[in-house]
Design a protein around this ligand. Structure first.
Ligand code: FES
Length: 167
């Protein structure tokens, strides 16, 4: 068997090192792209998800209307859907208030009484005014509100009461 010359050894070791380096580069590339893809939900900023509640013309001045909607939240790789609702109040069809439908005492659902022009909570007989202030009963604060905005002719709601300052 012939012995390899110094030049062949150099060429062979150069090729071996090149192949190892290329393999390492490709591995690093896949690890970076794949890792970024799988980890991106963890560092992506959460976007505000406004929900369209329909035309502003569908609401009557001074008459609260309960509207149901679906909230979709992304939790890393999963999308979780939940049903929710809000009481919508407007006096001019330009500005809108959206109340969380849970009483601020212990969370019972309340309803609008059109005769008395008040929200009534049946659990401990609390009453709230049309603008959400406590009239009577044990609730410690006014009704909680969702942020709202009007886009074109549509009423939008952000289903997160923590974003709206408590009144
Ligand atoms: S839960 Fe509404 S008054 Fe107690």
């Amino acid at each position: 068997m012939e012995e390899a010359t110094q030049e062949e050894l150099t060429r062979r070791s150069f090729l071996t090192r090149s192949i190892v380096a290329a393999g390492g580069l490709i591995t690093a590339l896949f690890a970076g792209v794949g890792g970024g893809y799988f980890l991106s939900p963890l560092w992506n900023k959460k976007k505000e998800s406004w929900i369209d509640l329909g035309l502003t013309s569908d609401f009557k001045e001074g008459v609260p209307k309960k509207v149901d909607f679906t909230v979709r939240k992304k939790d890393a790789w999963a999308t979780i859907e939940s049903k929710s609702s809000a009481w919508i109040v407007t006096t001019d069809k330009k500005s809108f208030i959206a109340f969380d439908p849970k009483c601020t005492h212990l969370g019972c659902p309340y309803r609008w009484n059109d005769e008395k022009k008040q929200f009534l909570c049946p659990c401990h007989t609390a009453t709230f005014s049309v603008d959400g202030k406590v009239i009577s009963g044990p609730p410690p604060r006014p009704l909680d509100r969702y942020p709202t905005k009007v886009v074109g002719s549509h009423l939008m709601i952000l289903p997160d009461i923590s974003k709206e300052a408590k009144v």
